[in-house]
Design a protein around this ligand. Structure first.
Ligand SMILES: [Zn+2]
Length: 253
């Protein structure tokens, strides 16, 4: 899949993770992002309904919105697992990645069921050579073990705020992490960004997540950029250039 337009953008950015189906003013938000220099947005799905919507939004915005479909641990219901996995497999080749998927040990869904689902999804990612976009909460070590033991080639640990020891393992295995606007204030997230080399970092928004009381949109990837540049002590244009290159390589844009 190819990015359509990349002329005249001083700071070309990619928002590597946005729940576009949840944006109340999608058209406005996409326009705003484009005008701010956002080159591409990865729309992520969490369940059948949001996956369908993300695929439709990507189709309506060719060369700008690229789809990833997944099955978020919050959404897992035993009776719906087969249907969700079948949908992912049927549509995975239209997508630049599989996500959002992972483990959330704070969620009410049984841990064992979460792990079974993640393993099935990891199998798909290996079979179809798709990058995984991973959510981990109180489960970073476990997600890393599953992904690396099962031979995943490419993975993005989204909004990484886990321990720095597990981060070492993640980086050692060749995987990447992504930064959100929380990089402006979350010390755990900042520590991870500080430790990861720029070559293993992507920028994102996880919009419409609220950061310090403000709802986000894909244009807020600029806030992520500013925070990462400050943490790393390097110029924004260098951060933009390298993180965009990383995203293009991992997602084959
Ligand atoms: Zn998300």
């Amino acid at each position: 899949m190819h990015i359509e337009k990349e002329k005249n953008l001083s700071l070309p950015l990619i928002d590597g993770h946005a729940h576009l189906n949840e944006l109340e003013e999608l058209e406005e938000d996409l326009k705003e992002a484009k005008s701010q220099g956002v080159l591409a947005i990865i729309g992520v799905g969490m369940c059948l309904k949001s996956n369908r919507r993300i695929l439709a939004i990507a189709e309506e915005n060719p060369g700008f919105v690229f789809p990833a479909i997944g099955y978020h641990p919050w959404e897992i219901k035993k009776s719906e697992v087969r249907e969700n996995l079948a949908f992912i497999e049927e549509n995975v080749e239209r997508c630049v990645a599989i996500g959002e998927v992972g483990l959330d040990y704070k969620a009410k869904v049984a841990k064992e069921l979460q792990r079974e689902v993640l393993q099935e999804i990891v199998r798909l990612s290996v079979r179809y050579h798709k990058t995984l976009i991973l959510h981990c909460r109180y489960s970073h070590q476990r997600v890393f073990s599953i992904v690396s033991d099962m031979g995943v080639e490419k993975a993005i640990f989204h909004w990484y705020s886990g321990s720095l020891d597990v981060l070492d393992e993640i980086l050692g295995a060749g995987y990447s992490i992504s930064a959100t606007p929380a990089a402006a204030y979350s010390s755990q997230h900042q520590a991870a960004i500080s430790k990861a080399p720029l070559e293993r970092l992507l920028l994102e928004t996880d919009s419409p997540v609220e950061y310090q009381g403000e709802r986000s949109g894909p244009a807020d990837v600029l806030k992520t950029l500013g925070a990462v540049a400050r943490i790393k002590g390097i110029k924004k244009n260098q951060v933009a250039e390298i993180t965009t290159k990383n995203a293009r390589q991992l997602l084959e844009l």
